[in-house]
Design a binder for this molecule. Structure first.
Ligand SMILES: NC(=O)c1ccc[n+]([C@@H]2O[C@H](COP(=O)([O-])OP(=O)(O)OC[C@H]3O[C@@H](n4cnc5c(N)ncnc54)[C@H](OP(=O)(O)O)[C@@H]3O)[C@@H](O)[C@H]2O)c1
Length: 764
C-alpha cells in the first residue's frame, strides 16, 4: 500500500462534510453520528428555495435515514447530541468564494456534486470544477491542514475497456482551459438563439401550434421554445465536449477535471488527499436498515420502468458488469479511507464497487429483477397486473432502430389526432398516444444516457480498497466492513433493493386510479370574490355558430330553398375551417358575414321563439348543474362567447352575466360586420382580468370552463381551470398541465358535422 499510513480509527476529530443533504452525505452523517461518538461535524449546506442552511439541517435530521438512531437515542438526547456535535456553515459551491471555514478541521469529506449526466455545461462546471477550486482555496485560507477525502466516481476513467487501476487518471484535458470555455458558452448560445434565422424558425413553429390561442400565446411559446433551445444546446455542448475527449457525459468529464483540481491545489501543496471513486451507489445492505434509499438512484428508473412493462428491450451487453454497491459499504469504505491518511503530497485512489470482487452482470441484474416482478407484479391501472417482458438483448443498434421507428409512428399519429374533432374516442386515442410518447421519451432519454454504462466492458480494480478493508480489526468488520464479496446478489436485488425502490412508487403503479379520481366534481368553497366563467359552444351547449346560423336561416326559408342554402354553405365550409384552425376570431368574422342583410328584430323574435327552444334543448345538463353549484356557493357565474348577443338571449337566465359579440346594424339590419372585435382567446382573458380588477375578484380562486385550445389563455388566468369536452390540442395541454378534464356527456359536433346533419334539423 504505497503512500498509505496504517489504519487509525477516527477519534475526536473535526470533520467538514459537503453534500450532507444528498444521498451519500446523509448516510455519511448518520454513520458519524451513530457510530463515531467523539467526532464533531461541520456541514457545508447551501440555502435553497428560500430555506436557509440551518433550517435545512433541521429538516434533514428528521429524514428516515436518522430514524433508528433518533429512536435509539430518544428525542431529547439526539437533539442534545446534534447541538454539541453538529454545526452548519452556509455556502454554495460555485464560482463565488465561500465563507471563512473553521481552522481546526482534521478531515474533509467532499461529497457535494451535481450528479446529473445531462446538466448544462456551465452548471456542471460551476459545481464540479469551480466549486472544487473555491473549496480548496477556502480550506487553505482557513489555515487548516486536513486530510481531504475527495469523492469522485469510478466512471471518471471514461469510455474504455479492461481493468482500470486505482491511480491518477491518464488524460491531457486541461481543467483551466475547459473551465474558461464552459463559462463562455452560455453567452455564445444565447447570441445564437437570437439570430433572425433561428427566431424565424421558432416563431413559425409557435404560430403553427398556438395561433388559435392568440398572438401573445404565440409570442410566449416562441420565447419558451427559444429558452428550451438554449437549454438543449447547453446540454449538447457538455455532452459533445465530454464525448470528444472520451468521457460518456458532462458529469464524468467534470468529475475527472475535479480530481485534477484536487491533485493540483491540494496534494500539489504537500497536503493529504485521498480520492474515493464509488461505482453505482444503491440502497443499503444493512445500515441504518436494509433497503434505505433516498429517492430513485441510477439503476432505479430502469427497474421501475421494467416493472411497469414499458421497456420491451434496453440497450446493453448481457455480459457487461453493472457495478452496483450498497451505500452503507461506500460510507464504511470512505470512513476507513479517512482514518488511514496518505502521505502529504502523494494522493491515494480507491475504487469502491463490486465489479472486481463480486461482479453482477447486466443479465444477472435483469434476471433478478424479472423474477422479483413475476412474484410481485405491479398493478396495471385497474386492469390486472403488468406482465413483465422477456429481453433478448438484441444489441444497441437494433434497439435504436426499434426506438426510431416507434418515435416516427407516434409523431405521425399525433399530427393526425390533433386534426380530429374532440370526442371521447379521440381523447382515448390521444391519452393512449400520450402514454406511448412518454414511454418512448423515457426510453430515448435513458438509452442515450446509460448507453455507455450498460455496454461498459470495464472492471474497476479495488485492490487498495480491499487492502484497507483487511486492515480493519476483526471486531470492527461487522459494523464497519466494506468487502463487496459479502453481497448475495439474489437476496440483495430481490429482497432488499427492488422492494425498497418499488415502495417509492406512489400507489405502487403510476397508471392506477387517476381517471376515476379526476371525474369526481370537487367541493366548491363558498366565496363572494370568486367567478366561474363558462365558454358557450361545446362547454354549455352542444352546438356551434354554424348550427345556430342554420337554425335561424332555414326557419325563414321555404323548404324548397334549403338545398341551395346548404350547398352555398358547404362550398364555403373549407374556407371557414381553415380560418377556424388558424384563428377563432377570423372564423367568427368570416362566418358572421352570412348574417348580412338579416333583420335584427326578426332574429330577436326567432331567438325568443324557435331558436331559443332549439338552443335550450342543446344545453348540456352537467353544465347547468355545474353553473348551479357555483351559484349555490355564492360565485358569480359568467357566460362568455364569440356568438352574437341576440342568439344567446335564451341563456341569460342561467348566468349572472352574459358577455357576447354584437353585430353592427344599419337601419335595423345587420351589416355583416361585428360592432367590436369578438371575445376570443386572449381577448377573453383580458376581459376577465379587467373585470376581476373592477369587481374585486380573486383570480386564483376563480374557475373557468372551456372546450377549445383557443380557451387556453382564459383557462391559464384562473386558479381552477377545467377542460370540458376538450378538442385534442386542449386535451393534450390539460393533461400536461395537470388540469382536470371533464366529459359532460355531449361533444359539440364540428362545423362540417353540423352541416351534414342538417337533414335532421326540424325547425318549426
Ligand atoms: N449516487 C451515486 O451512484 C454515486 C456514484 C459514484 C459517485 N458518486 C459521488 O458521490 C457524491 C454524492 O453523490 P450523491 O448521490 O449523494 O448525490 P446527491 O444525492 O445528488 O447529493 C448531492 C449533494 O451535493 C450538494 N450540492 C450540489 N451542488 C452543490 C453546490 N453547488 N453547492 C453546495 N452543495 C451542492 C447537494 O446539496 P443540495 O441538497 O443543496 O442540492 C447534495 O447535498 C458525488 O460526489 C458523486 O459524484 C455518487
Amino acid at each position: 500500500m504505497s503512500g498509505q499510513r496504517e489504519f487509525r480509527p477516527l477519534d475526536g476529530v473535526h470533520v467538514l462534510l459537503t453534500g450532507g443533504t444528498g444521498f451519500l452525505g446523509q448516510a455519511m452523517l448518520e454513520k458519524l453520528l451513530s457510530a463515531y461518538p467523539t467526532v464533531r461535524v461541520s456541514l457545508l449546506i447551501r440555502d435553497r428555495r428560500g430555506a436557509p442552511a440551518a433550517r435545512r439541517m433541521q429538516t434533514l435530521l428528521r429524514k428516515p435515514v436518522f430514524r433508528p438512531w433518533r429512536e435509539a437515542a430518544g428525542e431529547g438526547e439526539w437533539q442534545r447530541v446534534v447541538r454539541e456535535r453538529v454545526s452548519v456553515i452556509e455556502g454554495h459551491l460555485g464560482d463565488s468564494t465561500l465563507p471563512t471555514l473553521p481552522g481546526d478541521i482534521d478531515v474533509v469529506i467532499h461529497a457535494a456534486s451535481t450528479v446529473s449526466f445531462d446538466r448544462p455545461i456551465d452548471e456542471a462546471f460551476a459545481t464540479n470544477v469551480s466549486g472544487v477550486v473555491t473549496l480548496y482555496e477556502a480550506l487553505a485560507a482557513a489555515g487548516a491542514d486536513p486530510h481531504v477525502v475527495h469523492v469522485s466516481t469510478a466512471y471518471v476513467a471514461g469510455v474504455r475497456k479492461g481493468v482500470i487501476l486505482e491511480e491518477a487518471l491518464d488524460h491531457a484535458a486541461d481543467w483551466r482551459t475547459e473551465l474558461a470555455s464552459a463559462r463562455a458558452v452560455r453567452a455564445e448560445v444565447e447570441r445564437d438563439s437570437r439570430r433572425p434565422e433561428t427566431l424565424r424558425k421558432i416563431s413559425a413553429q409557435a404560430r403553427a401550434e398556438h395561433s388559435k390561442a392568440g398572438p401573445q400565446s404565440v409570442a410566449r411559446s416562441a420565447e419558451d421554445a427559444r429558452r428550451d433551445w438554449v437549454a438543449r444546446r447547453m446540454v449538447e455542448y457538455g455532452r459533445s465536449r465530454a464525448q470528444s475527449l472520451g468521457w460518456p457525459d458532462v458529469y464524468t468529464f467534470t468529475k475527472a477535471l475535479g480530481e485534477r483540481v484536487a491533485e493540483e491545489l491540494w496534494a500539489g501543496a504537500s497536503r493529504r488527499l485521498s480520492v474515493v471513486r464509488p461505482a453505482i451507489v444503491e440502497s443499503s445492505l444493512r445500515h441504518p436498515y436494509p433497503g434505505w434509499i433516498d429517492g430513485f438512484k441510477m439503476a432505479d428508473p430502469l427497474i421501475i420502468a421494467y416493472g411497469q412493462g414499458i421497456l420491451p428491450e434496453f440497450p446493453g451487453l448481457p455480459d457487461s458488469v453493472l457495478d452496483m454497491i450498497p451505500v452503507d459499504l461506500v460510507v464504511n469504505a470512505m470512513l476507513a479511507v479517512a482514518a488511514a491518511a496518505p502521505e502529504p503530497g502523494r494522493p491515494a485512489y480507491f475504487h469502491v464497487g463490486s465489479g472486481s470482487r463480486n461482479p453482477l452482470a447486466y443479465r444477472g441484474l435483469y434476471e433478478n429483477v424479472r423474477e422479483y416482478f413475476r412474484r410481485h407484479p405491479m398493478p396495471a391501472g385497474g386492469r390486472g397486473h403488468v406482465r413483465v417482458p422477456s429481453w433478448r438483448f438484441p444489441g444497441g443498434d437494433r434497439v435504436e432502430l426499434m426506438l426510431r421507428s416507434s418515435e416516427r409512428a407516434a409523431a405521425l399519429a399525433e399530427r393526425a389526432l390533433l386534426r380530429m374533432p374532440g370526442s371521447q374516442r379521440t381523447q382515448d386515442w390521444m391519452s393512449a398516444l400520450l402514454r406511448q410518447q412518454s414511454d418512448l421519451e423515457f426510453l430515448r432519454r435513458y438509452s442515450d444516457l446509460y448507453e455507455a454504462y450498460t455496454q461498459a466492458e470495464v472492471i474497476y480494480d479495488d485492490s487498495r480498497t480491499y487492502a484497507l478493508h483487511q486492515m480493519l480489526p476483526d471486531r470492527l468488520v461487522a459494523e464497519h466492513g466494506f468487502d463487496p464479496a459479502m453481497i448475495d446478489w439474489r437476496q440483495y436485488v430481490q429482497e432488499i433493493h427492488a422492494p425498497a425502490v418499488t415502495a417509492l412508487v406512489p400507489g405502487y403503479g403510476r397508471r392506477g386510479g387517476s381517471r376515476a379520481a379526476s371525474t369526481r366534481p370537487p367541493e366548491l368553497p363558498e366565496r363572494a370574490d370568486v367567478a366561474a366563467v363558462f365558454d358557450l359552444e361545446g362547454t354549455v351547449v352542444a352546438s356551434n355558430l354554424v348550427e345556430s346560423y342554420l337554425w335561424a336561416r332555414l326557419s325563414t326559408l321555404p323548404r324548397s330553398r334549403w338545398g341551395g342554402e346548404l350547398a352555398g354553405l358547404a362550398a364555403a365550409l373549407p374556407r371557414y375551417l381553415r380560418a377556424e384552425r388558424r384563428d377563432r376570431g377570423d372564423f367568427i368574422r368570416a362566418f358572421l358575414r352570412r348574417y348580412e342583410g338579416a333583420s335584427e328584430a326578426e332574429l330577436r323574435g326567432l331567438a325568443d321563439d324557435v331558436l331559443g327552444q332549439a338552443l335550450l334543448q342543446r344545453v348540456i345538463p352537467e353544465a347547468v348543474r355545474q353553473v348551479r353549484r357555483h351559484r349555490a356557493a355564492g360565485h358569480r357565474t359568467i357566460l362568455i362567447t364569440g356568438a352574437i348577443d341576440v342568439l344567446v338571449r335564451p341563456l341569460a337566465g342561467l348566468f349572472d352575466e352574459v358577455v357576447a359579440s354584437r353585430m353592427h346594424t344599419s337601419g335595423g339590419v345587420f351589416t355583416g360586420h361585428l360592432a367590436a372585435p369578438p371575445l376570443v382567446d386572449e381577448a377573453r382573458a383580458a376581459w376577465l382580468q379587467r373585470h376581476a380588477r373592477e369587481a374585486g375578484l380573486d383570480l386564483a380562486g376563480c374557475y373557468a370552463y372551456g372546450d377549445s385550445y383557443s380557451d387556453r389563455p382564459l383557462l391559464e388566468l384562473v386558479g381552477h381551470p377545467v377542460a370540458v369536452n376538450p378538442d385534442p390540442a386542449l386535451y393534450v395541454h390539460a393533461r400536461r398541465r395537470g388540469w382536470p378534464v371533464r366529459n359532460w356527456g355531449a361533444h359539440v359536433r364540428g362545423a362540417a358535422d353540423a352541416l351534414l346533419d342538417t337533414v335532421a334539423v326540424r325547425p318549426r
